[in-house]
Design a protein around this ligand. Structure first.
Ligand SMILES: Nc1ncnc2c1ncn2[C@@H]1O[C@H](COP(=O)(O)OP(=O)(O)OP(=O)(O)O)[C@@H](O)[C@H]1O
Ligand SMILES: CC(C)(CO)[C@@H](O)C(=O)[O-]
Ligand code: BAL
Length: 274
């Protein structure tokens, strides 16, 4: 496994990569969710490239950029175990040599909803760094988690609208045995908060069950949140699978975000409306 930090080293590694090249982009603090992306990439491509970069551009001024978990040694050990070929761990200066970029990807109106409404500038930051990492790594295929469902949709939209020759593949959300979606931010949770955090997956499951038997999915989900007043709901919505208005019947998506203490968590679930 080659670990590279500069553009020149990455270019050399990329230029000699064999066969189809897959990229998995992360902010590090790797867990089994990231491992699922890497295992899928390993099974489906010849060369697996992992990027680890905590992108300052996607954090708001009062968000957790400074305390975001950084566990590089453990991340590299896991990457090695999973058969990753190249790890790109650029510094902030390598990614943004002239400081914050003046030109950024505009996510359009879809990027102003849900996560974009609560985290202004978030999708500008995500799409800008993803676009840069696409240019630098030149992958044939890229894997992203369904845990960040809106992010996956925004990246697919950018690839479509910018004619990028990249096959974007979504990977289902990996959960703890009790339902909590794995997330690097789960490390922030104190034991009682870890219990409260189950409200998100519980509300999604209750809403899905209610929706699939013809009831009011959103009302059922919201009722779960009222049982845990210590969890501060940001949004709980039903959309179509492309994040548009909810359909009357057929496939739909439930999306939620909530604060558990100082930690903001997100989750989502597929639902089939009768
Ligand atoms: N539980 C999960 N199941 C599947 N994919 C996941 C999971 N958690 C993260 N991913 C995916 O891993 C990639 C890198 O995500 P990231 O490094 O931000 O991890 P994260 O756990 O989502 O972190 P955070 O706690 O900041 O949200 C993204 O494509 C993300 O969707
Ligand atoms: C896609 C990503 C690596 C861009 O910084 C990040 O948003 C993430 O880890 O999901
Ligand atoms: N997991 C998506 C990146 C973020 O929340 O900042």
């Amino acid at each position: 496994m080659r670990v590279v930090g500069t553009r020149e080293e990455l270019k050399a590694a990329r230029d000699t990569a064999a066969g189809t090249v897959a990229v998995v982009m992360t902010m590090g603090a790797l867990h089994e969710g990231h491992a699922a992306l890497l295992r899928t990439a390993r099974a489906e491509a010849d060369t697996v490239l992992l990027t680890i970069f905590v992108n300052p551009l996607q954090f708001g001024p009062n968000e957790d950029l400074d305390r975001y978990p950084r566990t590089l040694d453990a991340d590299l050990a896991l990457a090695r175990e999973l058969g990753v070929d190249v790890v790109f761990t650029p510094s902030r200066e390598v990614m943004y040599p002239r400081g914050a970029p003046a030109v950024r990807v505009d996510p359009g109106p879809a990027g102003e909803r849900f996560e974009g409404a609560s985290r202004p500038g978030f999708f500008h930051g995500v799409l800008t760094v993803v676009n840069k990492l696409f240019q630098l790594t030149r992958p044939d295929v890229a894997y992203f988690g369904e845990k960040d469902y809106q992010q996956l949709g925004m990246i697919r939209a950018m690839v479509r609208d910018f004619d990028l020759p990249i096959d974007v593949r979504g990977v289902p959300t990996v959960r703890e045995a009790d339902g909590l979606a794995l997330s690097s931010r789960n490390r922030y949770l104190a034991p009682d908060e870890r219990e409260s955090a189950l409200t998100l997956s519980r509300a999604l499951l209750t809403a899905k069950t209610e929706g699939e038997r013809g009831g009011d999915a959103v009302a059922a989900g919201l009722a779960e949140f009222t049982k845990s007043p210590e969890v501060k709901l940001d949004y709980f919505v039903l959309t179509d699978p492309m994040l548009g208005p909810p359909p009357a019947h057929g496939p739909a998506r439930l999306l939620t975000a909530a604060w558990v203490g100082a930690t903001r968590l997100i989750d989502n679930a597929a639902v089939e409306l009768p």
